[in-house]
Design a protein around this ligand. Structure first.
Ligand SMILES: Cc1cc2nc3c(=O)[nH]c(=O)nc-3n(C[C@H](O)[C@H](O)[C@H](O)COP(=O)(O)O)c2cc1C
Length: 205
């Protein structure tokens, strides 16, 4: 039984206190990541990777490079969501299923490859931006999928990126963009925090 999506948006909070006795089964971790990969990526590059930190030993290693945040050892699992720098060499492989499914014409693939080369090849800043966009969409999708399963979450930027990359063997083109703790909320968490008025943040032009 899942909540209506708009209710999920309005009821989500960043959970600070997690119940350390709650486990999320591996099958549910896999399902969360499967759902997260429905998020969009530029050119369908799917330039992401998810590291599900769920064993006690791995949680301790992550906590040590993440400002010693207790939620990393208390939550059932913390996902390291990594974005990869876009690479035109990945395009053909990533698009093949769409070609094989019969709706993407084969001749388009070379064009997308060239577009990726042009967009990012000589532009390290754009590559990094895209890695962050990719991982952010994935993280948001995973966060709401977790909530739909009745799980609480907390996104975290409070970590040492070099330390996370080193401890969890990220590749040279992978950036740890965000941590996302997922588990059962304990007692004592804050309710949803009020937001700035729409009139202060919306420009209608
Ligand atoms: C990019 C980002 C980084 C964050 N980093 C942390 C963090 O390291 N530790 C933490 O406890 N909360 C972290 N948060 C949670 C924010 O504090 C929280 O989203 C904010 O206070 C709004 O509360 P809400 O999510 O309950 O609406 C982060 C949130 C975002 C979006």
């Amino acid at each position: 039984m899942t909540m209506h999506f708009l209710d999920l948006i309005e009821s989500r909070v960043s959970t600070n206190a997690f119940d350390p006795s709650k486990v999320v089964p591996v099958e549910q971790i896999q399902e969360l990541v499967r759902l997260a990969t429905h998020a969009p990526t530029a050119y369908n590059l799917q330039n992401w990777r998810f590291i599900a930190v769920h064993t006690s030993q791995a949680k301790a290693r992550l906590r040590a490079v993440a400002s010693d945040q207790p939620k990393i050892t208390d939550a059932a699992v913390t996902f390291i969501i990594a974005g990869a720098l876009p690479d035109h060499a990945d395009v053909a492989e990533r698009l093949r299923p769409a070609v094989e499914a019969g709706f993407m014409p084969e001749r388009m693939v070379a064009g997308w490859e060239e577009a990726v080369r042009q967009a990012y090849g000589q532009h390290p800043g754009r590559q990094r931006d895209e890695a962050f966009r990719t991982a952010t969409f994935a993280g948001a999708t995973l966060m709401f999928a977790a909530q739909a399963f009745g799980l609480a979450s907390c996104p975290m930027g409070g970590f040492d990126a070099d330390g996370v990359a080193r401890e969890f063997y990220l590749g040279s083109r992978e950036i740890p963009v965000m941590l996302l703790a997922v588990g059962q909320a304990a007692e004592g968490n804050w309710p949803a925090k009020p937001r700035r008025p729409v009139g202060d943040v919306l420009s209608l032009v």
